[in-house]
Design a protein around this ligand. Structure first.
Ligand code: URA
Length: 216
């Protein structure tokens, strides 16, 4: 796990398996099928890392040998919340890791004039005592991610129960998250160089939604 002195909110999950798989995803000759599979695999591996500090409690059970106080996850089932549409590909990997998790959806499109996200769909599980993982593969301008956090806060989710997970981030997007939601931990597999004039991440991997669904 790496950090960057510019961004105290950021954790870079640079496990060799994650980084290797990400390099394949970046390659433009990688097929839709492989891209989809790798996104799922990386999300699962990242999920394993970011759930490391989930709150625990104990439950009285009986093994075939004797009673015991057994450690179990505290609170309600975690919620995975993809930002549509590319976030769906990451949610699949997290669901494999946590099959009982609840799944919320946030739909946003970018207003062509203001370039800001406009919400068109919000379907979320109840908030109390539940950890929420907001997912979107590309943290580019950071506006959708920040708006996604606003949606969760507006829904009543406590700020310390929200984390944001992306595959690749641009420094500009991480900075926007730091400015707007400094308490939210941002987890990424790679921190890239910059955004280009079309707000694509450089070197990035192109349009994640198009590559995931073959809509290029
Ligand atoms: N969204 C994408 O899918 N790719 C980028 O590089 C930036 C935003």
């Amino acid at each position: 796990m790496a950090t960057d002195p510019r961004f105290p909110n950021l954790q870079i999950l640079d496990h060799p398996l994650i980084v290797h798989k990400l390099s394949h995803m970046r390659n433009k000759v990688t097929s839709t099928k492989t891209f989809r599979q790798l996104l799922k695999e990386i999300a699962l591996l990242m999920g394993y890392e970011i759930t490391r500090n989930m709150p625990m409690t104990t439950e009285q059970i009986e093994t075939p040998i004797c009673p015991m106080s057994a450690p179990v996850l505290e609170g309600k089932k975690a919620a995975i919340v993809p930002i549509l549409r590319a976030g769906l590909g990451m949610a699949d990997g997290l669901l494999e890791l946590m099959p009982a998790a609840r799944v919320g959806h946030i739909g946003m499109y970018r207003d062509p004039e203001t370039k800001r996200p406009v919400e068109y769909l919000r379907k979320l599980p109840s908030a109390g005592e539940r950890s929420f993982i907001l997912v979107d593969p590309m943290l580019a301008t950071g506006y959708s991610a920040a708006a996604g956090v606003d949606v969760l806060l507006d829904h009543g989710v406590e700020v310390d129960r929200i984390s944001f997970m992306a595959l690749v981030a641009a420094p500009e997007g991480v900075q926007v998250m730091l400015d707007k939601h400094p308490e939210i931990k941002v987890y990424v597999a790679g921190l890239d160089e910059k955004l280009n004039e079309k707000a694509y991440i450089v070197p990035g991997l192109g349009d994640a939604g198009d590559r995931l669904y073959g809509t290029l």
